[in-house]
Design a protein around this ligand. Structure first.
Ligand SMILES: Cc1cc2nc3c(=O)[nH]c(=O)nc-3n(C[C@H](O)[C@H](O)[C@H](O)COP(=O)(O)OP(=O)(O)OC[C@H]3O[C@@H](n4cnc5c(N)ncnc54)[C@H](O)[C@@H]3O)c2cc1C
Ligand code: SF4
Ligand code: SF4
Length: 301
């Protein structure tokens, strides 16, 4: 966002650093910060989905790699297939489980970034490349509720970085961690980091290994790695995104889907019609669990 290139990220997942003598104190970074101003606005908003579903991908290649129902990956593939967008902004990872922002233009690229990485990363830096590209006229951004808040602020300021963003797909988020969480788990169990195949949170932090072993860590033990801003973040479900997807409340292998806008309804219904996604009714019990988590986050200050 900085027009003077005064902000640097030593690593994409590090906290940003301001290069003192380059900063002209224009205040733009403050104005688009997702933790300033807009947090109070969204805290007071009722989460009112236009539709809710339990959904999963019909595509076998997605189901094999996705975090739960593969809904996010499938919607991104659908948008690219139908040329509703030219690219997708998302998060991949390297072999050390370090998150890497990715600008993706093909289905294979979307498949490669499937699955949750429990480390924060500044995906929106990629919008700079989007602005500069003539070939990319529109993008879908996949991210966390705080990424959605930053985009909303960019839109209000009519920044070029937000002008090509057509679809917003958000994942539910209770909190996220510093990269230290990965190092801690690796040291605790004496693991080769490359042997980790999946991480998940289901009451406990779950680590799956390529040899089939499953390790668990109580979330309380990892509390020291929770990002400071997550402690005061009011959003479990984004009210800004077009579609929000989580695992909580859904059956194994399915996702919980909240459709938040008419644009979101359009792509979900089209993806179902074209047999990319299958959906069923989200049970009342799941709605209650999501509602409880929403109110827990609203209460965090
Ligand atoms: C930090 C974090 C916290 C979460 N907390 C909850 C929770 O409390 N309750 C709940 O129900 N669900 C939570 N989720 C969402 C859940 O893990 C799944 O991502 C979601 O259900 C979508 O599943 P899927 O199979 O459709 O996703 P997939 O089809 O596997 O696609 C996942 C997409 O998310 C993107 N992604 C992965 N990690 C990140 C990241 N760190 N930042 C931005 N984008 C990322 C990937 O690039 C991929 O495009 C969380 C996810 C993350 C990353
Ligand atoms: S205040 Fe302006 S010049 Fe300074 S880092 Fe922020 S955006 Fe850049
Ligand atoms: S808890 Fe809020 S601030 Fe933290 S990663 Fe999730 S959406 Fe972003």
């Amino acid at each position: 966002v900085c027009p003077f290139s005064a902000i640097e990220f030593p690593e994409p997942f590090s906290l940003p650093r301001v290069i003192g003598d380059k900063c002209r104190l224009c205040g733009l970074c403050y104005r688009i910060c997702p933790q300033v101003g807009i947090v109070d606005e969204v805290r007071g908003r009722e989460v009112k989905p236009l539709a809710t579903y339990m959904a999963r991908s019909t595509l076998a290649e997605v189901r094999g790699v996705a975090q739960c129902g593969g809904v996010v990956t499938t919607l991104a593939m659908y948008l690219l297939d139908r040329r509703f967008v030219d690219a997708v902004v998302s998060v991949g990872r390297d072999e050390y489980w370090r998150p890497v922002p990715k600008l993706i233009t093909d289905k294979l690229g979307v498949l490669e970034v499937a699955g949750s990485k429990y480390t924060y990363v500044s995906v929106l830096t990629l919008l700079r490349d989007v602005v500069r590209s003539d070939a990319i006229r529109s993008v879908a951004v996949i991210g966390l509720p705080c990424h959605m808040r930053a985009i909303e602020k960019m839109r209000r300021l009519k920044l070029a970085a937000s002008q090509k963003v057509k679809y917003l797909i958000s994942i539910f988020c209770m909190h996220n961690f510093e990269y230290g969480v990965v190092k801690y788990i690796v040291e605790k169990f004496g693991l080769d980091i490359k042997s980790i195949s999946k991480m998940d949170i289901k009451r406990r932090f779950i680590v799956k290994l390529v040899d089939g072993r499953v390790l668990e860590v109580p979330l309380k033990e990892l509390d020291q790695f929770v990002r400071a801003c997550c402690r005061s973040c009011p959003e479990f479900v984004s009210t800004i995104a077009d579609v929000c997807v989580g695992s909580v409340g859904a059956e194994e292998g399915w996702s919980t889907v909240f459709v938040m806008s008419e644009r979101g309804r359009g792509i979900v219904e089209d993806a179902v019609r074209d047999q990319y996604l299958e959906v069923k009714e989200l049970p009342e019990k799941a709605m209650k669990i999501v509602a409880k988590l929403i109110s827990m986050k609203v209460g965090s200050r």
